[in-house]
Ligand binder design. Structure first.
Ligand code: ZN
Length: 328
């Protein structure tokens, strides 16, 4: 039986990173484009009798691994036939050390002595931001690839149940990539409600207490502050975005008890998002609130899902959803 998620993908790269063919082709084209550009520029420099190039600081951040060359003047011995001058590093040497690696976003331009201004070297903060940016971009790219994979699997699955399952996963990954409007699991997917339907007892754990004061303006009548977590929801996080589970396990409680932001989920009733920056990312814990009537039926405030958000995604999220609380 042909396994859909293994078709036409997974070229193994040296760092054992997994990339699809489309992704790989994209990298190859970009690399070729850059080479063509550098070759053209190099020829011009040769005609002009110049071989110095400068590594410019881009508007955004440099690749963390290339930051050390930012603002440096190099001798282009690769494309302009420059000769060592005992003063500047050779481009070939920098490239050997990893500069202009595949997917590198940095580049060089011709350096005209006395004309070209030399930018300041990259500061420690800029480097830190660059590393965060890159981690976020990588995470988003991975999430996008996963979404595409599950889209494919949904499309080619014959079993309707699998189709639905894969489509849901694709949607989750798109959320994680910041490409979808944030949606949480439908009530029918939640363990608590499923219990009502099947009459079985879901495994519910007391997770933590939320501070009702923080959301009292929007929800003045919450009867208690107990937040629960079902095994089914843990399984959901584990199945759909396992890399986020580590953060959730470590910081889930803290994010609810001491959030930086609480947002009102614009798409789901009675649902709020607790957000807190943790390590190099932001954790979003989504909680569905229960009113007194719900509680009579045995429901509680409950964690629906949780995943990490990059800075850009968080910004988008804040734009789309009303802020209920900001930590002073
Ligand atoms: Zn680079």
């Amino acid at each position: 039986m042909l396994c859909l998620h293994d078709t036409a993908e997974n070229l193994e790269e040296t760092k054992s990173a997994r990339h699809t063919i489309a992704d790989y082709a994209d990298m190859a084209i970009r690399t070729a484009e850059r080479r063509a550009y550098l070759t053209g520029e190099g020829q011009k420099r040769q005609e002009w009798g110049i071989s110095l190039v400068i590594v410019n600081k881009r508007g955004g951040h440099p690749c963390p691994q290339c930051a050390k060359w930012c603002g440096k003047i190099l001798i282009d011995d690769v494309y302009s036939g420059g000769k060592p001058d005992g003063k500047h590093q050779l481009l070939s040497e920098a490239m050997q050390q990893g500069f202009l690696h595949p997917r590198c976003k940095d580049g060089v331009t011709t350096y005209f002595p006395g004309v070209t201004s030399v930018p300041d070297p990259v500061s420690r903060e800029e480097l830190q931001e660059a590393a965060q940016d890159e981690a976020e971009e990588n995470r988003e790219a991975y999430a996008r690839r996963q979404a595409e994979k599950y889209d494919r699997m949904a499309k080619y699955s014959l079993d309707p149940e699998n189709k639905r399952k894969y489509a849901a996963r694709a949607e989750e990954w798109r959320e994680s990539a910041g490409e979808a409007n944030i949606t949480v699991a439908k009530p029918v997917d939640s363990g608590i409600i499923a219990t009502e339907k099947t009459g079985e007892v879901a495994d519910v754990t007391d997770f933590c207490e939320l501070d009702r004061q923080k959301i009292a303006e929007e929800f003045p009548a919450l009867p208690n502050s107990r937040v629960v977590l079902t095994d089914e929801r843990i399984k959901h996080i584990k199945d759909n975005h396992p890399e986020d589970l580590v953060f959730f396990e470590k910081y889930g409680v803290l994010t609810i008890t001491d959030p930086e932001y609480i947002l009102l989920d614009a798409k789901n009733p009675m649902t709020v998002m607790y957000v807190r920056s943790v390590e190099s990312t932001n954790l979003n814990v989504i909680v569905r609130l229960a009113l007194a009537d719900d509680m009579k039926n045995g429901k509680s405030h409950s964690v629906m899902t949780s995943y990490c958000l990059g800075a850009k995604t968080l910004k988008r999220l804040k734009k789309k959803n009303k802020t209920l609380y900001i930590r002073e």
